[in-house]
Design a protein around this ligand. Structure first.
Ligand code: TYM
Length: 332
């Protein structure tokens, strides 16, 4: 990747559990689509995962698996910078500096903090609270113009913008003020079991989440059991959230518009529709599974990718940090 005049893209996912259809449709599928037009940096944000307790051995394995999953989704390690967040120390350095320019009131408003601290009452740590500041550091370090994410990250991105603007007003134009890049359709894939709730890596009910690593049989079973309604009509509306969600998955994977899908299944029952959705998902993920298995059998290649990624990322991050340190007035 040459550092030409192309604009910068940054995004990341937490290496906890494994990637879901929500992560894929809401984010990673769109990362791939940007790789020619922009300079793209995609991180496995392992520092963010520490807000929940991790078993060191399992964590290590999960991080490597995540890298293989990123690549198996089709991300090209030559075109994009792919790296582990903890390998580039500038992230934590900038996070501290930005935390001194973020107000408690701003962090208190973050809905994800409220949700997570409600769910994990036994471990409401300070990192969970300052999580969005580290996320802002991730983004601002690379002079990022656009951040491709799902709907649930919108609030964190708005905070990143506010911090960038405040910092620039205080110390001079240092950061590009980033914009979010959220898909029109598929920005919030819902649980198959509770279609009014986001599909999540950490859902206790695994039947609600399609993992990219699920076997074909499991995928088929989950989709067949997806909660629907008793209207019996394949239609895209907010009264039929289960069907709407399945149509969203169908539409984003095939690029067929929802009107076409409605037409196709007019007069047909949900059984036929669900069977087709399952087939589309399974077909779509077939190359992913093959590539994943191949990569996990070739660990050296994975090491090369993350080492090179960290080197290239650090070079860009350090340029920004030099400016930050200078403008703040730290002695050189
Ligand atoms: P994470 O790991 O929860 O999710 C990774 C990406 O997947 C999107 N996503 C979804 N999209 C649609 N439907 C869903 N059900 C769904 N679930 C997840 C998320 O919006 C996200 O884009 N805080 C971030 C990680 C992060 C980050 C960053 C992202 C850290 N630093 C800097 C962008 C830029 C997170 O926890 O994502």
């Amino acid at each position: 990747m040459s550092m030409d005049n192309k604009k910068m893209i940054f995004s990341g996912a937490q290496p906890t559990g494994s990637l879901t259809m929500g992560n894929y449709i809401g984010a990673i599928k769109n990362w791939k689509a940007l790789e020619d037009e922009y300079n793209c940096i995609y991180s496995i944000v392992d520092l963010h995962s520490l807000t929940a307790r991790q078993d060191p051995k399992k964590f290590k394995e999960m991080c490597i698996s995540f890298l293989a999953q990123y690549l198996a989704c089709g991300l090209d390690a030559k075109k994009n910078i792919i790296f582990f967040q903890s390998h580039v120390r500038q992230h934590t350095e900038l996070a501290w500096i930005l935390s001194c320019h973020t107000y408690l009131g701003e962090l208190n408003r973050m809905t994800q903090f409220k949700e997570k601290s409600e769910k994990h009452r036994e471990n409401i740590n300070a990192g969970l609270f300052t999580y969005p500041v580290l996320q802002a550091a991730d983004i601002l370090l690379y002079q990022t113009s656009k951040v491709p994410v799902g709907e649930d990250q919108k609030q964190h991105l708005e905070l990143s913008r506010d911090i960038a603007i405040r910092f620039n007003n205080t110390y001079g134009e240092i950061f590009v003020v980033p914009e979010h890049h959220i898909p029109k359709i598929g920005a919030k894939i819902m649980s198959l079991q509770e279609p009014n709730k986001k599909m999540s890596k950490s859902d206790e009910n695994m039947n609600g989440t399609i993992f990219l690593m699920d076997t074909e049989q499991v995928t088929l079973k989950k989709i067949k059991r997806a909660v629907t309604d008793d209207r019996g009509k394949v239609a895209y509306n907010d009264e039929q959230l289960g069907i709407k969600n399945l149509m969203t998955i169908y539409s984003t994977l095939t690029k067929e518009c929802v009107e076409k899908i409605e037409e196709k299944y007019a007069g047909k029952g949900y059984g036929a529709f669900k069977k087709d959705v399952a087939e589309i998902v399974i077909e779509h993920l077939r190359p992913f599974r093959a590539k994943y298995a191949e990569l996990m059998n070739n660990r050296e290649c994975l090491v090369d990718v993350y080492k090179e990624g960290a080197e290239r990322a650090e070079e860009i991050a350090e340029k920004t940090m030099k400016k930050v340190r200078d403008n703040i007035g730290f002695i050189k």
